[in-house]
Structure formats: structure tokens, C-alpha cells
Design a binder for this molecule. Structure first.
Ligand SMILES: Cc1cc2nc3c(=O)[nH]c(=O)nc-3n(C[C@H](O)[C@H](O)[C@H](O)COP(=O)(O)OP(=O)(O)OC[C@H]3O[C@@H](n4cnc5c(N)ncnc54)[C@H](O)[C@@H]3O)c2cc1C
Length: 474
């Protein structure tokens, strides 16, 4: 887990509302042992994988059903007390901090796969089901769920952050893959959005309003997502490049030519070194693309040949193939562990992650200048990217006790976001706004658009109890 920074480095403004004793008594009476006020439990629920700290929530309710969630929210609403939904706590931007106090509703025990409709390629799950659990559950049907944020996140949390990951270049993000939801609103009412039909023109698209709402509009208690047939053939390959620029230009051309590549991840030479040390791999310590191709055997071969040709034009070395499922898993596990490998490379450090995403034609402009700035800063960093989507992450590794390093990292993040916005990109491709990107959202969306978001929030949550103080200030 990322190390917390001292209080003096706090980003969030702490403005805690009192949590009345009467509410805690009512929760204890309704939920018994499933409502905890133990400090360790509260602290575990009062932070995420960001390094920001705030006092923990006053209580944690472990919900086991939609009715539990509805009852907890109704009680909190009666006392105008904030409610923070909790999945597995892997978010990166301060989403879970109880900056206005309140209670946490942990839905991780709502972890049943409710209905697998293999013939329709859909599955309906409770929000605490994790992506790996979901894939285990559908494995025997020959289908899979492709969205894979590095952490084994909950489907509810992934819906709430509009998550994506390495497969998004081919299969889209949670935005494209959530079909329907059940939601407990801020007043404790249970509503449904969407259906299992592939498309619909029925009224406002409340599903997409909830997806990415970061717990600020309601608690998601059921999710229906799309599944995909497991590809007939899968091949993974790595290719090293003489420079980051060469790897990026290869990616741009692959995407612009419309090669239906399933995954194309950039890992810079720093990160390859860290991953080698952490996962005991012997990868060449040069910038590298880690790729995967899905399709029929002939289709995969054709895609791979096209990409190899493009890579060689930019000085890429011959592909090294991971042919067996075990080898592929080893490579992708190493990729998914890059964040932890990086944190371990500087003992006691903490990471500040960036998350910009730009149109593919602007990727080189955005990334290369940012690499120059990061190199010039002297801060150790790692760089990984879902570059096929124009999305990449720097992780600045800083000494939590050195305010100067913190300042440098924040400055680098500011410059990077400003560059991405100037190139018509976004301040967050997949992690969400939380606390850390609030000011950037105003720059990106504009005052009028953020005002419209406020109007929606006021209408749906008039007491401002759902994860207040996140995404934008009220
Ligand atoms: C090593 C690492 C790698 C990562 N890589 C990626 C990546 O590649 N792509 C990516 O998109 N993200 C990535 N993330 C970020 C993180 O995994 C995602 O944001 C994930 O979607 C969070 O899910 P969670 O279950 O942990 O949610 P939490 O962290 O528990 O919650 C996240 C937010 O969602 C809200 N929430 C949670 N559950 C519900 C619910 N049932 N109803 C309503 N609101 C809810 C919370 O209130 C909070 O605001 C990474 C994180 C780590 C630590």
C-alpha cells in the first residue's frame, strides 16, 4: 500500500460534519456486529491508494444486501450525515477520504454473481464481486470480462470510477461495458437504470450518469456488464525500442492503421528495471511495448506481422513471444505489479500517479515533453501507459518527509495536465477526479459544465450526503 504523507502535506480541505450519537446507536441497533466503530476498521476505510490522509469515518457498515444499503443510507439521510461507498479501496485520487466525516458503507460482502446469461453475453453481479472473481465465475462458459484495472477492484468501484485498464484499446472501458444498474439513491430509494438489451433509446441515460459518479449520486448495488467470447487465439509479445519516442510512434501508427490490437502497453526503461528486480524477469532494460493480439489464428498472425513491420521501421527489436498461457500470465502480472515494483524500488517512498489521456495523434507531443521535464526534475519516477488509448501514468516516487519533493511532483503533474488539456485531452483517463483533480476538472470542463454537474448533484442529493467534497466543490 502507498505510504501516507504527513498532515502538513494534505491536499483535501477537511470540513468534518458531526456524526450524531443517535445515528451511531441506530446503526448499531439495525446492523449489530456488521456496524463497526473500531479505529482500525475505520482507518482502513478512511483511505485509498492515494497518499492523502484525513480523519477516518465515524463508523463502517458492512452491507450484505440491497436492503442493508438502503436502510443505512436512509438512516444517514435522516441525520444529514455523509455516506461513502467502499469497494476494495484501490482508488488513487483520494476518493474514499471522509473529508466531511460520515460513515463508510462497505459493499465487499455483496459478492454474489447473480445471473450469467451466456447466450446474451451478459452477467449481473453484486457490486463487491471483483474482476478476477467474475472471470473465474464465467470461465466455463467460454466468455470473459475484459476490463482490468491493475488492482483486483470491485465491479461496483470500477463502475463508480468508470475504470479501464490494459484491454480498453480493444474492448472499451466501463462506460461501454455497463448495461444496467441497481442503485440506492441518496434518499434510500432503490432504482434501476438500463436493461440487458444491447441498446436503448428510452429516456435519459441514467446508467452513464451513474458510471463515473464516484459514489456522489448513490450506491450501486447491482451491475450488469457485457461479456466477450474468449478469443480463439491469443498471442503476447514484447518489443524493445531505442527510445520512448520510437515506441510511441509505433503505437500511434498501429492505432491509426486500425490494427485491432487487444493490448499495447508502454513501459519505460526505469520501470523495466524495477519490474525485473521485483518479478525476477530478465527483460532488456530499454523502453518496451508489451502487446497482445486476439482473434482467429490467421487474424492474430496478420496483426502481429503488421505491427512487427511498423515496429522495425522505428528501430524496434524482433518480437519476443510469450506463447504459453503461463508465460503470458507472468508478463501481464509483472505489468500489473509495476506500481508495487516501483514503490519497492525506493523504500519508504510514496507515489503520486498522473493519469492524462490525449487523442492518439497528440500522444508523442504530450508524452515526450513530460519525460524531459520528469528527467530534469531529478525525482525518481516510473512511466507506464495504456498508450493505444493515448493514456499514460507517471508515478513520481517521493520521500514523504520532504515537502520539496512533494512540491516538485505536484508541479510536474500540473504541467502535464496543462499540456494534455492544451492538446484537447483530459486530466484523468481512468482513475477519476476524487479530490486530487478537482481544480483540473473546472479547467477541462469549464465553469458552465461543472455548474450543470452541481445542479444534477443538488437535485439527486439535496442534503449533499453522498461522498461529499469529491469531484467538485458545492
Ligand atoms: C496498482 C494499481 C493499478 C491501477 N490501475 C488502474 C488501471 O489500469 N485502470 C483504472 O481504471 N484504474 C486503475 N487503478 C485504480 C483503481 O483500481 C480503480 O479506480 C478501481 O476502479 C477502484 O475500484 P475499488 O473497488 O477499489 O473502489 P474504491 O477504491 O473502493 O472506491 C472508488 C470510488 O468508487 C466509489 N464506490 C465504490 N463502490 C461503490 C458502489 N458500489 N457504489 C457507488 N460508489 C462506489 C467510492 O465511494 C469511491 O469514490 C489502479 C489502482 C492500483 C492500486
Amino acid at each position: 500500500m502507498n505510504a501516507p504523507t504527513p498532515h502538513s502535506h494534505l491536499v483535501p480541505e477537511i470540513n468534518q460534519r458531526d456524526v450524531p450519537e443517535a445515528l451511531l446507536a441506530a446503526l448499531k441497533s439495525r446492523f449489530g456486529a456488521n456496524c463497526s466503530t473500531a479505529l482500525a476498521v475505520r482507518e482502513q476505510h478512511g483511505r485509498d491508494e492515494s497518499s492523502f490522509v484525513a480523519p477516518p469515518p465515524a463508523a463502517v457498515v458492512f452491507a450484505e444486501s440491497t436492503q442493508d444499503v438502503a436502510d443505512a443510507v436512509k438512516l444517514a439521510s435522516d441525520f444529514s450525515t455523509p455516506v461513502i461507498p467502499f469497494g476494495i479501496g484501490s482508488s488513487l485520487e483520494g476518493h474514499l477520504l471522509a473529508v466531511q466525516g460520515g460513515i463508510s458503507i462497505d459493499v465487499s460482502r455483496m459478492n454474489k454473481v447473480l445471473a450469467i446469461n451466456a447466450e446474451d453475453l451478459t452477467v449481473t453481479v453484486q457490486p463487491g464481486v471483483t474482476r478476477k472473481q467474475l472471470n473465474e465465475a464465467v470461465k466455463s462458459t467460454g466468455l470473459f470480462f475484459p476490463i482490468d484495472p491493475g488492482a483486483d477492484a470491485s465491479i461496483g468501484g470500477m463502475s463508480a470510477t468508470r475504470a479501464s485498464g490494459t484491454n480498453a484499446v480493444r474492448y472499451g472501458t466501463m462506460r461501454e461495458n455497463v448495461l444496467a444498474l441497481e442503485v440506492v439513491t441518496a434518499s434510500g430509494e432503490v432504482i434501476r437504470t438500463g436493461t440487458r438489451a444491447k441498446k436503448s433509446s428510452a429516456g435519459y441515460d441514467l446508467t452513464r450518469l451513474m458510471v463515473g459518479s464516484e459514489g456522489t449520486l448513490g450506491v450501486i448495488t447491482e451491475v450488469t456488464v457485457r461479456l466477450y467470447p474468449l478469443p480463439e487465439a491469443i498471442s503476447a509479445a514484447i518489443c524493445s525500442f531505442p527510445s520512448i519516442e520510437a515506441a510511441v510512434r509505433t503505437t500511434i501508427q498501429v492505432i491509426q492503421l486500425g490494427v485491432p490490437i487487444a493490448r499495447v502497453e508502454l513501459i519505460d526503461h526505469n520501470t523495466v528495471r524495477m519490474v525485473n528486480a521485483h518479478s525476477k524477469l530478465g527483460l532488456r532494460e530499454e523502453p518496451m511495448l508489451l502487446m497482445e493480439f486476439h482473434g482467429s489464428p490467421a487474424g492474430v498472425k496478420e496483426q502481429a506481422e503488421t505491427v512487427q513491420e511498423i515496429a522495425s521501421e522505428f528501430g524496434g527489436t524482433a518480437f519476443e513471444w510469450a506463447t504459453t498461457p503461463e508465460e503470458r500470465t507472468r508478463l501481464w502480472t509483472a505489468r500489473h505489479n509495476a506500481y508495487f515494483a516501483a514503490i519497492q524500488s525506493r523504500p519508504g517512498c510514496r507515489a503520486i500517479s498522473t493519469d492524462t489521456c490525449v487523442p492518439i495523434s497528440r500522444l508523442a507531443d504530450c508524452l515526450l515533453d513530460s519525460v524531459k521535464e520528469a528527467d530534469a526534475s531529478g525525482l525518481p519516477y516510473f512511466l507506464v501507459g495504456h498508450v493505444g488509448d493515448g493514456n499514460f501514468h507517471f508515478g513520481y516516487l517521493l520521500d514523504p518527509n520532504d515537502p520539496k519533493e512533494r512540491e516538485v511532483a505536484e508541479q510536474l503533474n500540473h504541467q502535464l495536465v496543462a499540456r494534455a488539456l492544451a492538446l484537447e485531452g483530459t486530466c484523468t483517463g481512468e482513475h477519476g477526479v476524487g479530490l486530487h483533480k478537482m481544480e483540473f476538472l473546472v479547467t477541462e470542463a469549464g465553469v458552465g459544465a461543472v455548474d450543470m454537474m452541481r445542479t444534477i448533484k443538488r437535485a439527486l442529493d439535496p442534503k449533499n450526503i453522498m461522498n461529499p467534497g469529491k469531484i467538485f466543490a458545492m
